[in-house]
Design a binder for this molecule. Structure first.
Ligand code: PEP
Length: 255
């Protein structure tokens, strides 16, 4: 991480975990554990029905609660979806878009990721934009090309001004929820490739200001080494974000 140029962001992705009551208990437990640790943003992205309870519990703390997805249309016949305005209306400030589980199981494509990102930014939300290669792509040696293409397609039509509200989460799909972690060198190399693409798209000065997280089985043991890399500016954390001690240890590693 390079705190002189970029804000470090440690974000939990709760996925389909925690009822409102469980989220309240979790936030009440972790609140004092992360209090005052202000060298990074501390965010938990929650299932829609859990957001309000988590926000209530997080009031007055340094914890922000986000959503895990958002639709690109402002309203209409999209059963089961939630719009950016709806999220804004309940006080949400940040949303994950393009998570690999959305891409894998729910037909998310770079095109829909781009549409969702535009809608979220236009509504004034901050976006954690996820991208990353699958195992076969890494094994075939095309990781750099894959993440470069995703970066270009996912950010197509997004201005440098809007990019200020985008955090990119580099998440190798083979490392998510598997216990396999990219080595710090692999994470650094790929985050640097993404930053290089941002430099081509927006200029080097803008690219230097974009927070790029690593995600994929980040935990209390490997966080310090990953976060020590110059282009790794935080973490998007699944499994370890459900355990207060583990998540706090990652926040500590970012101080
Ligand atoms: C994620 O859900 O974005 C993630 C990285 O999960 P995990 O930490 O469990 O691999």
């Amino acid at each position: 991480m390079n705190p002189a140029k970029r804000r470090t962001v440690i974000a939990g992705n709760w996925k389909m975990n925690f009822t409102p009551a469980e989220a309240t208990e979790f936030i009440n437990t972790i609140k004092p554990m992360v209090a005052g640790k202000d060298n990074c943003d501390v965010i938990f992205c929650a299932p829609y029905v859990t957001i309000a309870a988590a926000m209530e519990a997080a009031k007055g703390s340094n914890i922000k609660i986000g959503a895990e997805n958002v639709h690109f249309a402002p309203k209409g016949a999209y059963t089961g979806e939630v719009s950016a305005e709806m999220l804004k209306a309940i006080g949400v400030e940040v949303v994950i878009i393009g998570h690999s589980e959305r891409r894998q199981y729910f037909g998310e494509t770079d095109e829909t990721v781009n549409l969702r990102t535009k809608a979220a930014l236009e509504a004034g939300l901050r976006v954690i934009l996820c991208l990353g290669e699958v195992k076969e792509q890494r094994l075939s040696g095309i990781t750099n090309e894959v993440v470069a293409m995703q970066t270009k397609l996912d950010l197509a039509g997004i201005s440098a001004e809007q990019l200020k509200n985008v955090v990119i989460a580099y998440e190798p799909v083979w490392a998510i929820g598997t216990g396999l972690t990219a080595t710090p060198e692999q994470a650094q190399e790929t985050c640097a490739v993404i930053r290089g693409v941002l430099a081509d798209m927006y200029g080097a000065d803008v690219a230097e200001t974009v927070t790029i997280q690593y995600g994929g089985s980040m935990n209390e043991k490997n966080a310090a080494e990953l976060l020590a890399k110059p282009d790794v500016d935080g973490g998007l954390i699944g499994g370890a974000s459900l355990v207060p001690e583990k998540f706090t240890a990652i926040v500590d590693a970012a101080q």
